[in-house]
Structures are given as structure tokens and as C-alpha cells.
Write a protein that binds this ligand. Structure first.
Ligand code: ADP
Ligand code: MG
Length: 322
């Protein structure tokens, strides 16, 4: 049986040199912030049976736990710097730890984001990561920066993660090929770090967030914080390739209120469309314009013909349900 310290040393402390002044091994890590920059900090906790299935593939889980945290940095426009990992484990299973850490570090290395510390304890399987990033003062993509007349944009596509969940839950009869196409969107989300950073350096302030609980519920946070309303063109929403083959009603429901998308929703002045498209191009991330911010409060849904749509869809709320 591995001791707690052997476990940390073997699976989480790496031989390669990092950027931290002092990494894993002491009571605190020491980081040397770039002078003049602000630190962006975010924490996300993932609990077995709540945020991921019991027995989830550990490599994909390692990826996802870090990805959802990096997604928060992306939504702020920050550059990832480092992270801590608090792990509650039912046991020290070497195969599980090997795969989990490999999945996590593969993504960490892609973003040059260093594991600098954490905590390890025995208990139900819970993974809690805190990420640190850097952002130039005044450039963060804040939820209170949306203004009437701004366009609303979405990165990538929506709904496939929710479609996969519907397949697993047998909510709908999903063909195995469709589930195979949708499942990676649920298990291996792509944090839109390059896009967030490219938007953050544009001259005007933009509002942004990452869509984790469904577009409608998450967009409402921007509307609340910015004290504005919005009109959303439901049929302009970019649909994931698996969901695109499903009936219209399901496409609308899962793009609007699916959850687990980890795409960015952001706003920008209508005069900046070319700059937004150039930023997206430089980040290699497709973006789609899906609506406008209005002075009138509330969210209005319209179809491709501009006709009002009455739909009862809400975002995911951990205390209220869907
Ligand atoms: P302390 O007793 O001071 O809380 P610990 O014994 O919990 O320290 O941890 C020893 C060292 O290992 C610390 O530097 C801590 O940050 C690091 N550490 C513990 N668990 C993890 C983990 N899961 N991932 C990365 N570093 C960890
Ligand atoms: Mg400790």
C-alpha cells in the first residue's frame, strides 16, 4: 500500500523544472508573478456520482477536472500559470492514479500550467482543482461588460455533451454511432484558452463566460451583471455534429439548456465583427454570432424568421434541477 507521501511523489511531483520558485513538497508553493499583472483564480470541485459517473475512465477524468478549471481562466481571458489539486480518494489504486495523472498532465502541459501543490486524503472520490492565471489590468472579460447593441457570440458548438448524457441516461434512444460522436464532448471538453486570451487583448471591454450549466442560464448571469437584456436567435446557435442529426425540438432544447459545453459566450460591439473574427481565427476557434444585447431587460428567443419562440427551458441548477 502506497503511503500518502509516496503517492504524491510518484504521481504528482514531476522531475521536470517548472516556473514556480518552489513547487510541491513544502508547506506552500511560491510563485513569482509577472510584475504589473493581475492574478486570476478559480476553483472547481468534481464529485463522483454528481459531476461524473462512478467508475469514470480515469484518464478522461484527469483531463476533464483540469479542463473545466482552465475554461474559467479562458472565460476571463487569462493566461494559465499553475494549479493545485485537492484529491479525496477511496484508495490508492496505482492504475487509476497513473491514468488520472497522465490525462491531467497532458492537458496541463498543453497550456504550460504547472501543478504546484495540493492535498490528498482518503474519502469518497472528489477532485478539487484551483487554477491561477495572469491577466493585464483592465483586460479581464467580465460579466458586467455587456452593453446594449453588442453582438452575442458563441465559440465552437453546443449540445453534444448533453446529447451524450441523454444517451447514457436512456432519456432518448440514441444510436451507438451518435453516442460515440457525442461522448468526447462530454468527457474531454476543450477549454477555449487561446480564444479568451485573443479577445482579452482587443481594445474594447467585452463580457464573457464559459457555458457550463447551459447557455440560457449562463447568459442570464451576463444579463444580470450588466443590467441588460438580450434577443437570442435560437436557430443560429451552432449545433454539435451529433446533435445536428436529431429532431429540431431536441436541437433547440440541448443547445439552449444542455450544459457541460465549456464553450465561451461573449459579447462585443457590432463595429468589431472583423476584429472578433480575426481573434477567433488567430486562436483557431470558430465563433458564431447568435443574438444581440438589448437595453430592455429579459431574454427573448426568436427563430430564424425573427418570430418569438415560447420555450420552457432553463439552465442547470445544482439545487433546483433542470
Ligand atoms: P501539509 O501537511 O502542509 O498540508 P501535505 O502533507 O498535505 O502538506 O502535502 C505535502 C506536499 O505535497 C505539499 O507541498 C502539498 O502541496 C503537496 N501535495 C499534497 N497532495 C497533493 C496533490 N494531490 N497534488 C499535488 N501536490 C500535492
Ligand atoms: Mg495538507
Amino acid at each position: 500500500m502506497l503511503s500518502e507521501f509516496d503517492l504524491i511523489k510518484h504521481y504528482f511531483r514531476r522531475a521536470r523544472a517548472g516556473h514556480a520558485v518552489l513547487g510541491i513538497g513544502d508547506d506552500c508553493a511560491l510563485l513569482a508573478p509577472t510584475p504589473g499583472m493581475q492574478t486570476a483564480i478559480s476553483t472547481d470541485m468534481l464529485i463522483e456520482g454528481r459531476h461524473f459517473f462512478a467508475g469514470a475512465d480515469p484518464r478522461m477524468l484527469g483531463h476533464k477536472c483540469l479542463a473545466v478549471n482552465l475554461s474559467d481562466l479562458a472565460a476571463m481571458g487569462a493566461r494559465p500559470v499553475g494549479f493545485t489539486l485537492a484529491l479525496s480518494l477511496p484508495g490508492a489504486d496505482p492504475d487509476w492514479l497513473e491514468a488520472f495523472s497522465a490525462g491531467m498532465f497532458a492537458l496541463a502541459d498543453l497550456h504550460d500550467c504547472e501543478l504546484v501543490g495540493g492535498d490528498t486524503t482518503r474519502g469518497p472520490l472528489v477532485v478539487c482543482i484551483t487554477v491561477f492565471g495572469e491577466i493585464a489590468p483592465g483586460h479581464a472579460l467580465r460579466r458586467d461588460a455587456a452593453r446594449a447593441g453588442h453582438d452575442i457570440w458563441i465559440s465552437g458548438t453546443l449540445g453534444d455533451a448533453r446529447l451524450a448524457l441523454a444517451g447514457y441516461w436512456k432519456e432518448i434512444a440514441l444510436q451507438p454511432e451518435a453516442l460515440a460522436l457525442a461522448a468526447p464532448r462530454m468527457h474531454l471538453p476543450t477549454p477555449r484558452v487561446a480564444l479568451g486570451r485573443a479577445l482579452a487583448v482587443l481594445p474594447t471591454a467585452h463580457a464573457a463566460l464559459d457555458i457550463s450549466d447551459g447557455l440560457i442560464g449562463d447568459l442570464a448571469h451576463i444579463l444580470d451583471a450588466s443590467k441588460v437584456g438580450a434577443t437570442l436567435d435560437v436557430d443560429a446557435l451552432p449545433v454539435g455534429p451529433a446533435l445536428a442529426r436529431q429532431p429540431l425540438a431536441l436541437r433547440r432544447r440541448f443547445t439552449l439548456a444542455g450544459g457541460d459545453d465549456y464553450e465561451l459566450c461573449f459579447t462585443a460591439p457590432a463595429g468589431e465583427r472583423a476584429a472578433v473574427l480575426a481573434a477567433a481565427g488567430s486562436a483557431g476557434t470558430p465563433v458564431t454570432r447568435v443574438g444581440t444585447i438589448d437595453a430592455q431587460p429579459g431574454l427573448r428567443l426568436v427563430d430564424a424568421a425573427g418570430q418569438a419562440l415560447a420555450m420552457d427551458v432553463r439552465g442547470w441548477d445544482h439545487f433546483g434541477g433542470e
